[in-house]
Structure formats: structure tokens, C-alpha cells
Design a protein around this ligand. Structure first.
Ligand code: SF4
Ligand code: SF4
Length: 413
């Protein structure tokens, strides 16, 4: 697509990147067919091709309006369009650039600004969010239904292994996961321990930065990345094999660190090394498949009633990390029978803070996704991302679990 960027951005890093992305787009519209918001709303401007056009116009000097911002706000950043695009258009990066410019030119006011400010300051602070979540959990049954749906019952991380191992991997504790679903990293710790690997968490590491980036606070998101790199660096230098991501949303964002910090002379090289060391937990466990298979051979067979399982592949896993079929293979090897899930490429509507900021679209996507996931009458739904888990569980009585919890339970049987 021919572009003529305006002076305010043409000679910046963001401008050069946007121009390269825009030039790749041949305007074919294949991406539109797999865009969840276009499917629901039927407006070209609520699909990737229309949003690309809007961003192009703004970067070429057109004045954005609140309507421009709304169409960009409605994007889930699910990246389904990137998986479909035959030209390799890196849409999500263009969206970040476009949102940043529009945010500056069309400032938010009133409840929108307040809500976003609250989310930006609450979610990435584990201590504050953890205290608020504990309070919510203590009065959960008294909460209104819509709020209760976002507050999982109190749970624990389970038993902590006492052995030490020479092999060490660093896990990201994250921001909301420890208080909402502490057993995810608890289960990861136990599974890795059985495989002869010690999981460590770095003091000082916290939110990966995705929350702030998607709320258009790019510099604060870079600060999150720098803080994490500082926390992980001594462990990497001491020989930790890799960084294990148990939330695919966080993993997908950490892989962007090198890009986010490319102009930071103090962090660019460190960020590149962090990216090289980052693995999703499914990649780590797959690399240990032989040892896992030997452990599973000694386990009690799974009861028939527990076997049917629906796997929800989060967008961050399939479109962000491009990991497809890996978790499914591990679950099948562990004795589960995966039920068919229609339209598995479509977002569940969680999408970070989207379920709070765009509740109507999010609810419709949640209902569609749950209908697809429960069509095969599974005993449980497995996921790979904390945000999707909480969002889906808020709409169904079928238990929603992280797949590593299921592997942990199989190994304990
Ligand atoms: S599929 Fe790719 S090239 Fe075609 S319109 Fe969408 S982004 Fe552009
Ligand atoms: S990221 Fe998802 S919601 Fe946004 S344009 Fe692409 S497919 Fe549509």
C-alpha cells in the first residue's frame, strides 16, 4: 500500500516501522474473514483492513476523532488477522503505533479516562491487586453476579517440593495470576521438580508490561520490562536455563521486549538475550517429553468420565507465540480425549482488559466460545492463559483449568 507519512512521524523509529508494515499490506481483505469484531459488528472499520486504513490516514496527517479511537479500542489485539495474512503484515505493531498517536491527539475524558487509569495502576501491582482480590474472595458470595464472575474462589498453590536441582528455570510470577490462580505456578513447580528441574522466581519481577502497553501507556510498559530484566539478569548470568512463561499472554509480550527496548542503549542487548531465553511452559515440557512419558507410564489410568477435555487455545498462544498443537499433544499423551472445538481461532473476549472496557462485545465472544467449547460435553476446559481462564469460568459451571494443573494431577495419581 503506497504511503506518504506526515512530517510529525516520518523520520521516527515508529514512523519507519509503520511505513514498512503499511507497504506490506496489499489490501486483499483475507484477514477480515477471521476477525472476531468484524464477524460480530459487520463494519469494515471494525476489521483489520479498515483499522489499517484508519491508522494510515492518521499517520498521513488526517485528524483522528473519537470515532477513530473507538474502532481502534474495539480491536482485541488477538492477532488472528496476522495468522491469516498472506503478506506477513505485523498488524499488532501498527496498531500500537496508531493507538499511541490517536491517544495523544484525542485525549480521553470522564469515566473512560478514570477506568483506564484505575486498571493501569491496579492490575500491574501484585500487592495492591492481591489485597483487593483477597477482600473480594472473602465476600465473594455477597458480590453482584457480574463482579463475582471476575473473582475466582480462594485457592492455594498446593504443596511445594523440597528437593533442589542443578537445572534451574526462572518463572514469571506475573501480576494477577498469583492471587487469582496460585496453583498454576504451584503445579509448574511440581511438574518441573519431577523432571529434575528447579523453578525459581526472581525477587523484584512483576507484571510483564502487557497491561500497560494495551492501555496505551507505552513508556510505563517499558519500565515494567526494564524492572523484570533487572530482576532476571543475575539468575540468567548464574546459569538459569531459560525463562518459563505459564501465561501465554505474558510470554507473547516478553517476546516483544527486544523490540520495545530497541532504542534503549542500556537495555537493548539484555532485552535481546531475555527474548532468546524465553519459553512457553508447553515448549519446556515438550523438550522433556521422554522423561514425562516415563513418569506418566507409572500413573493410575484416567477414569473414563474425566477423559473428555476441551482445549481453548488462547490467541496469545496460537497467534502470538504461534504454538499450535503442542499442548494438545501433551494432554493426549496424558490420557485425555480432546473434544472438537469449532472456530478455535477466534478470541474468547478476555483480551487483557477488554472484558472490562468493551463488556458487550466481550460477552458475546465469551458466549460463542463457551458454546463451542462445551459442544462436546467435556468434563473440563483446559486453557493456557490466566486471563482467558477467569473470563471463561465466569460464564460456565464446567471447570476451567490451566493444562499444566491437569498434568500435575496426572503425575500425582
Ligand atoms: S490479509 Fe494482510 S495484506 Fe490482506 S488486507 Fe489484511 S493485512 Fe492487508
Ligand atoms: S487483532 Fe483481532 S480484533 Fe483486532 S483486527 Fe486483528 S483479528 Fe480483528
Amino acid at each position: 500500500m503506497e504511503t506518504h507519512l506526515a512530517d510529525f512521524i516520518r523520520h521516527t523509529t515508529a514512523g519507519r516501522e509503520a511505513e514498512e508494515i503499511l507497504r506490506r499490506c496489499v489490501h486483499c481483505g483475507f484477514c477480515t474473514a477471521t476477525c472476531p469484531t468484524y464477524q460480530l459488528l459487520g463494519d469494515e472499520l471494525d476489521g483489520p483492513r479498515g483499522r489499517i486504513y484508519l491508522i494510515k490516514q492518521v499517520l498521513e496527517g488526517a485528524e483522528p476523532t473519537e470515532k477513530t479511537r473507538l474502532h481502534l479500542d474495539r480491536c482485541l489485539t488477538c492477532r488472528s488477522c496476522e495468522s491469516t495474512c498472506p503478506s506477513g503484515v505485523h498488524y499488532s505493531r501498527l496498531l500500537d503505533i496508531g493507538r499511541d498517536v490517536v491517544e495523544q491527539k484525542v485525549p480521553r475524558r470522564g469515566s473512560d479516562a478514570f477506568m483506564r487509569g484505575t486498571l493501569k495502576n491496579l492490575l500491574p501491582r501484585p500487592m495492591v491487586f492481591g489485597a483487593a482480590m483477597k477482600l473480594g474472595q472473602s465476600v465473594r458470595l455477597l458480590l453482584p453476579g457480574a463482579v463475582r464472575a471476575k473473582v475466582p474462589p480462594l485457592s492455594s498453590a498446593g504443596a511445594r517440593p523440597h528437593r533442589t536441582h542443578a537445572r534451574q528455570m526462572i518463572a514469571l510470577a506475573g501480576c494477577v495470576q498469583p492471587s487469582m490462580y496460585p496453583n498454576i505456578n504451584g503445579a509448574t513447580r511440581r511438574v518441573l521438580d519431577r523432571l529434575g528441574i528447579q523453578m525459581v522466581e526472581a525477587d523484584g519481577a512483576g507484571c510483564c508490561g502487557a497491561v500497560r502497553l494495551h492501555l496505551n501507556a507505552a513508556e510505563a510498559s517499558r519500565d515494567d520490562a526494564r524492572r523484570n530484566i533487572d530482576a532476571w539478569w543475575p539468575l540468567l548470568e548464574a546459569g538459569a536455563e531459560c525463562l518459563v512463561m505459564t501465561a501465554s499472554g505474558c510470554g507473547s509480550h516478553v517476546l516483544e521486549y527486544a523490540h520495545l527496548l530497541q532504542d534503549d542503549p542500556d537495555y537493548a542487548l539484555k532485552a535481546a538475550r531475555v527474548v532468546l531465553a524465553t519459553r512457553d511452559i508447553s515448549e519446556v515440557i515438550t523438550a522433556e517429553a521422554e522423561a514425562l512419558g516415563a513418569l506418566l507410564k507409572g500413573c493410575v489410568p484416567l477414569p473414563e468420565s474425566d477423559k473428555p477435555l476441551a482445549f481453548q487455545s488462547p490467541c496469545s498462544l496460537q497467534h502470538g507465540l504461534k504454538i499450535r498443537g503442542t499442548v494438545e499433544s501433551l494432554l493426549t499423551a496424558a490420557g485425555y480425549t480432546l473434544t472438537p472445538v469449532a472456530d478455535s481461532h477466534l478470541c474468547c473476549g478476555s483480551a487483557g482488559t477488554y472484558s472490562v472496557l468493551q463488556p458487550e462485545i466481550s460477552k458475546r465472544l465469551q458466549a460463542n466460545k463457551l458454546a463451542a467449547l462445551t459442544a462436546g460435553a467435556p468434563a473440563a476446559i483446559a486453557s493456557a492463559n490466566v486471563g482467558c481462564m477467569g473470563h471463561l469460568q465466569g460464564g460456565t459451571d464446567v471447570p476451567v483449568r490451566h493444562w499444566i494443573e491437569l498434568i500435575d494431577e496426572r503425575l500425582s495419581a
